[in-house]
Design a binder for this molecule. Structure first.
Ligand SMILES: Cc1cc2nc3c(=O)[nH]c(=O)nc-3n(C[C@H](O)[C@H](O)[C@H](O)COP(=O)(O)OP(=O)(O)OC[C@H]3O[C@@H](n4cnc5c(N)ncnc54)[C@H](O)[C@@H]3O)c2cc1C
Length: 323
């Protein structure tokens, strides 16, 4: 058995009978043939920072080992192709060192490049989809490698086509970035800041994040546990229970609410149920002491959703995935 306890953000005790890493299309074809022979399904994982692992995986676990970088440039753009196994924050450092710009707001997000398009990672007002040119995938149904253009990836707030098409294994991501540093500082908390260098902005974003999120070594966590609800303006106007909450108007006219604010108003910061709880400084962050299970996390999730539904008539949606 392979111990995967250290490979998931919540430190849940977890094992798998078979784990393979892959780098090339040939590797994936061999792994797939083996899985078909054993009549078992495949489960791709990255760094486990947005997933809740089971005690035992019934599927064969696979993980990318593609750490390749390639880049070309034209007059105004830098075109990068980055292997799925590269850590996202290493890509941020690489860009800063090579004067490649655009991704600064997304500094400090944990996880791999291959997983980043899955929920269209976002922070400080920007999402990765803005910078994606294409996503390279191995299609386990067609048994070929395909490049899917960003326009066809169905990107939205914390969503993409890959979430419901798990036969697509991301092998690399193509980015279209800039050779000009043009900081995006519209987001709350950044508006009064000025930066001459991308590396200063990256340092600042990482520092702000460190004050807002617990250190995973002290408090194993998956970042935000719930998505911020996005609802029609008419639904907000009809719902008197939302009257005192902060509301952010989005470019499409919809209204974004803060899931963290609702949980905090319900005095849930620091609460605990069966060794799983909400962080003392930020109610949107679920933390565990590792001595717990996916079942206990589901129990807490259901409890929180029920409370929010009862008090605000809003259905919270979970961000991480149960594997
Ligand atoms: C402290 C902390 C802060 C965070 N902050 C943010 C934030 O600001 N913004 C944000 O958007 N997210 C945030 N996250 C969530 C997380 O960092 C991202 O979702 C990240 O992209 C997950 O990467 P991973 O490699 O750990 O993916 P995993 O958790 O391993 O996998 C996530 C999902 O992607 C699938 N997957 C993984 N690799 C591949 C692949 N190669 N091909 C196809 N599917 C794949 C998995 O099956 C799973 O469904 C945060 C998490 C933590 C712990």
């Amino acid at each position: 058995m392979y111990d995967l306890t250290k490979y998931n953000g919540l430190n849940l005790k977890s094992e798998a009978s078979e784990v393979f890493s892959f780098e090339t299309e040939e590797d994936l074809i061999k792994i797939l043939a083996h899985a078909e022979d054993k009549q078992r399904e495949l489960q791709i994982i990255g760094s486990g920072t947005n997933t809740i692992f089971p005690r035992y995986f019934s599927k064969i676990v696979i993980k990318s080992a593609n750490n390749n970088f390639s880049y070309t440039e034209d007059d105004s753009h830098r075109l990068l192709e980055v292997g799925a196994a590269v850590e996202w924050d290493d890509l941020i450092n690489f860009c800063a060192n090579k004067n490649i710009y655009g991704l600064e707001n997304l500094a400090g997000i944990p996880g791999t490049v291959g997983a980043a398009p899955i929920q269209n990672i976002g922070a400080y007002g920007l999402e990765i989809s803005t910078f994606i040119n294409y996503v390279e995938c191995f299609d386990t149904e067609l048994k070929i490698t395909r490049k899917i253009k960003a326009d066809n990836c169905e990107f939205g707030y914390r969503q993409s086509l890959f979430q419901k098409n798990t036969h697509l294994i991301v092998t690399a991501v193509g980015f279209k970035l800039s050779n000009q540093f043009n900081p995006s500082l519209e987001y709350e908390g950044l508006q009064n800041l000025q930066f001459n260098k991308a590396s200063d902005m990256i340092d600042k974003i990482r520092a702000i994040r460190n004050t807002k999120l617990p250190d995973p070594n002290d408090f194993p966590n998956l970042g935000s546990f719930f998505k911020n609800p996005i609802i029609d303006i008419e639904a907000v106007q009809k719902n008197q229970k939302l009257i005192d909450l902060k509301k952010f108007e989005l470019p499409n006219g919809k209204i974004k609410l803060s899931a963290g604010e609702m949980l905090e108003n319900l005095q849930l910061k620091g609460m605990k149920l069966r060794n799983v709880g909400l962080w003392t400084h930020h109610a949107l962050v679920l933390t565990s002491n590792g001595v717990t299970s996916a079942k206990d996390i589901r129990h807490l999730e259901d409890f929180l959703k029920t409370l929010v539904k009862k008090h605000y008539d809003i259905e919270l949606e979970r961000e991480p995935t149960y594997l």
